[in-house]
Design a protein around this ligand. Structure first.
Ligand SMILES: Nc1ncnc2c1ncn2[C@@H]1O[C@H](COP(=O)(O)OP(=O)(O)OP(=O)(O)O)[C@@H](O)[C@H]1O
Ligand SMILES: [Mg+2]
Length: 328
């Protein structure tokens, strides 16, 4: 794991830099919201900011966007300083803030056409972007009458309508239903495919794992980890879990198996934690066969929970919601 500007092994930061953040700090009263953060985002990169509520993600991203002033440190966005408010940057960046504002008494289409107009784009750009976020059907609905998720999609559309090369999205999928969330993933992947840079925050770790080239995990205003999801998971060395249907083998019997580090009971399964899943699978196979046995490998969520201190362990009866499951 890297917590500084050192390129992670195997993936040197070679390309041009889209965002450069150096030693940025921001304090509100006695709360140090951002406590010395340095990171680079490459052009074309999909970069995720993760971390618990209050970790400083929105503060950091809004400093980078030029919406807030840092107390200290330097920020460069596409080679420019975003603060004091840099109007040269505005056409080049797209911003969806966590608390989005809309023009009142306008329909979705009027709102987006107004935004497009601010960037000297025509109504056709607004219509295309409504289509992109699947709001064409709601185009004539007043913004205040859109559902929460539809309004969120309109906010995302407002960040995309002028074709920016660098896109900031602060929890874009927070209010989206599962299908809309997956649809947005495809939109974002397509934008990345066009070479655009995306910086975004999310609390959905499966999503970060599916989309991000690299993620920074923020804890209390500092970077606790920064790397690709894959390398973070690999470096954490979290145990694999084998789930054996309850009643097939006893707890003591499971604990005695070669390679098993820990056994617990969860939701109708006996959970065997191991660093040697192959060996344990063989042993379970010899005892009871593998029908119905599942393996769960570590995910970014495991790494995140470990780093952010909310990991209650398998005995707490909570299994990470997004573990990858595959039949043994
Ligand atoms: N304008 C403000 N005035 C005072 N304190 C603030 C302000 N904005 C943020 N904070 C505080 O700074 C800290 C970081 O907040 P921030 O919104 O950056 O967190 P976050 O990581 O985006 O959290 P979330 O996941 O809930 O969106 C929090 O303790 C918050 O209460
Ligand atoms: Mg936030």
């Amino acid at each position: 794991m890297t917590t500084d500007r050192t390129p992670p092994p195997g993936a040197p930061l070679t390309g041009p830099v889209a965002v450069s953040v150096q030693e940025v700090r921001k304090r509100y009263g006695d709360r140090q919201a951002v406590d010395g953060i340095s990171l680079d985002v490459q052009r074309g990169e999909f970069f995720g900011l993760l971390g618990p509520n209050g970790a400083g993600k929105t503060t950091l991203i809004e400093i980078v966007e030029g919406l807030r002033q840092a107390d200290s440190g330097t920020v460069e966005v596409l080679g420019e300083r975003p603060w004091p408010r840099n109007t040269a940057l505005l056409p080049r960046i797209g911003v969806q803030t966590q608390a989005s504002a809309f023009f009142v008494r306008q329909t979705a289409r009027e709102h987006l056409a107004t935004v497009a107009g601010l960037y000297r784009k025509d109504a056709a750009a607004a219509d295309r972007t409504l289509e992109t976020v699947a709001l064409t059907e709601q185009r004539d609905v007043l913004v205040e009458n859109l559902s929460g998720g539809q309004r969120q999609r309109l906010a995302i559309a407002s960040a995309l309508v002028h074709d920016p090369e660098l896109i900031f999205l602060d929890e874009p999928t927070a209010a989206l239903d599962p299908q809309a969330r997956r649809d947005l993933w495809e939109v974002l992947r397509a934008l990345k495919g066009e070479g655009r840079t995306i910086v975004y925050t999310t609390h959905h770790l499966d999503e970060a794992e599916a989309l991000c080239d690299r993620v920074a995990i923020l804890v209390a205003g500092r970077i606790a980890a920064l790397d690709s999801p894959h390398r973070l998971v690999a470096a954490a060395g979290a145990p694999a879990r084998l789930l054996v249907p309850a009643g097939r083998i006893g707890v003591a019997q499971a604990a005695a198996l070669d390679g098993v580090d820990r056994v617990s009971e969860q939701g109708g399964s006996l959970v065997l934690e191991t660093a040697a899943p192959g060996r344990v699978l063989q042993a379970v196979d010899a005892l009871t066969g593998l029908d119905g046995v599942m393996t769960r490998t570590a995910t970014l969520e495991d790494v995140y929970l470990e780093l952010t201190g909310h990991h209650h362990g398998p005995d707490a009866g909570r299994t990470p919601a997004h573990t990858t499951e595959s039949p043994a």
